[in-house]
Design a protein around this ligand. Structure first.
Ligand SMILES: Cc1cc2nc3c(=O)[nH]c(=O)nc-3n(C[C@H](O)[C@H](O)[C@H](O)COP(=O)(O)OP(=O)(O)OC[C@H]3O[C@@H](n4cnc5c(N)ncnc54)[C@H](O)[C@@H]3O)c2cc1C
Length: 410
């Protein structure tokens, strides 16, 4: 379909899932509009995210593989400082080789920018606005915005992240779908006072871990803090002072550079704090509205490697719409069918990862140290085979993605 009769699809959120969806919709002959709440493309750097083999395949089909590889974070070595154990140094590729044999780590905002540049000529971008109401009608969707005039679309897709606005408007309040995985995560931009280039340092003790790294193209570092908390903590999502206090409480008495990193939080130009939440929605579509990426099936921020899932979900959703000739009732059902097993596996993986990444006891810290030493001397392929047997770590590497024909849909 082309020209004036192309189906008009509104996407909320221009990070990863949104622009990838827009790219493939456009390639299939649909007309996509993206509305993004941020006033411009986010350029705070975000955090490092992962693309595994199947999502890299999609990136390749978009002609963007070279650009994504050029944007790699560039970590070469990882030093593990595990409380009560001697430091362990590993080649980063060897450590990653245990879970994957094809993988790229890139800053989320760099990835988002690559997708934006690949789509901006063909897709309408509206920055600095947000949907305020959605009337999910039989023949079309009427949408109102905070700033822009009301408009109608054939379909609306929420690609607006874990705390999705579209999901809230159409599917109900987040607490109905959000499951606490037992921990919290924070990321802050801090000075690279150790001159880390190409090295990541990870420190872990009972109930907490932190990692410090500096992407090779930035003069600053990122510190990621994670801690266990079986119960939900009491804080407001906008109260960053309280969130920083919570971090200081949970990392009190931790050695190495931790006191300095905690002090840096007061000057951090970018700070993020959130519960490690897993979304469990039974359906991701309702009428003419659907969800993609973290908005639909976030398995848990920082533990689920969900960027790959956002890329794959966007590709599949666009492909199913094309295959169904724009019939959303058929396409949304097929999209859910195609993604369900992968999403379930990713949920299980994320729930296990929280426990592995943040050890629960000193015994688990030691067990982690032993496992890392084994990784240090096992050949990559053998380590990968054992890891897959023990842990199904291949979830993001092994998923089989359906292939969709290119070109305008029928
Ligand atoms: C601390 C942290 C660490 C992570 N580490 C990893 C990792 O190591 N590996 C990995 O693969 N993944 C990681 N992730 C997850 C990864 O960031 C997400 O899976 C990925 O970004 C999902 O992309 P998305 O496009 O679905 O949503 P998001 O990236 O969350 O983007 C949502 C977009 O919607 C916009 N938006 C929000 N509300 C509105 C609104 N009302 N109107 C319009 N737009 C709106 C936002 O501004 C944003 O641009 C991590 C996440 C966090 C928080």
């Amino acid at each position: 379909m082309s020209g004036g009769d192309a189906m008009r699809i509104l996407i909320s959120g221009a990070s990863v899932a949104g622009p990838v969806l827009a790219y493939w919709l456009n390639r299939h002959g649909f007309s996509a509009t993206l509305v993004e709440r941020a006033p411009t493309l986010r350029k705070t750097g975000g955090h490092a995210v992962d693309l595994f083999r199947p999502s890299l395949g999609i990136v390749e089909r978009m002609g963007l593989r070279r650009q994504v590889l050029d944007g790699e974070v560039g970590t070469e070595r990882v030093t593990f400082l595990l409380e009560g154990a001697k430091p362990i140094r590993l080649d980063h590729h060897r450590a990653l080789g245990v879970t994957t044999d094809a993988h790229v780590e890139i800053m989320r905002d760099d990835l988002s920018e690559i997708f934006y540049h690949a789509t901006r000529e063909d897709v309408e971008y509206v920055f600095g606005d947000s949907i305020t109401s959605i009337e999910n009608g039989r023949d079309e969707v009427r949408v109102t915005f905070e700033r822009g005039s009301p408009r109608t679309f054939d379909l609306v897709i929420g690609a607006d992240g874990l705390h999705s606005n579209v999901r809230g408007l159409v599917f109900g309040e987040e607490h109905r779908f959000a499951h606490h995985l037992g921990g919290y995560v924070a990321v802050a931009t801090v000075p690279d006072h150790l001159g880390l280039s190409a090295e990541m340092i990870t420190l872990a003790g009972p109930g907490r871990m932190l990692a410090l790294y500096s992407p090779r193209h930035l003069n600053e570092a990122r510190v990621i803090f994670m801690f266990r908390s079986p119960d939900r903590l009491d804080y407001h999502y906008r109260d960053t002072q309280r969130q920083k206090e919570l971090l200081r409480e949970h990392f009190a008495g931790v050695g190495w550079e931790t006191p300095r990193l905690l002090a840096e939080l007061d000057h951090a130009p970018a700070f993020y704090f959130d519960e490690i939440t897993q979304l469990r929605l039974e359906r991701w579509s309702q009428g003419r509205v659907s969800l993609v990426g973290d908005a639909a099936y976030c398995p848990g921020p920082a533990v689920g490697a969900s960027t790959s899932m956002a890329v794959i979900g966007a590709y599949v959703l666009a492909g199913e719409l094309a295959a169904a000739g724009g019939d959303h009732t058929v396409a949304f059902a097929s999209y859910e069918r195609e993604m369900t097993a992968y999403v379930q596996a990713a949920r299980d993986y994320a729930a296990r990862m929280v426990k592995q990444v943040i050890p629960g006891s000193q015994a688990q810290v030691w067990a982690g140290a032993q496992a890392l030493r084994v990784i240090g001397w096992l050949p990559g392929r053998l380590g990968r085979a054992l890891s897959k047997r023990a842990n199904s770590t291949g979830v993001h590497d092994d998923v089989e993605v359906k292939s969709y024909a290119d070109g305008p849909h029928g």
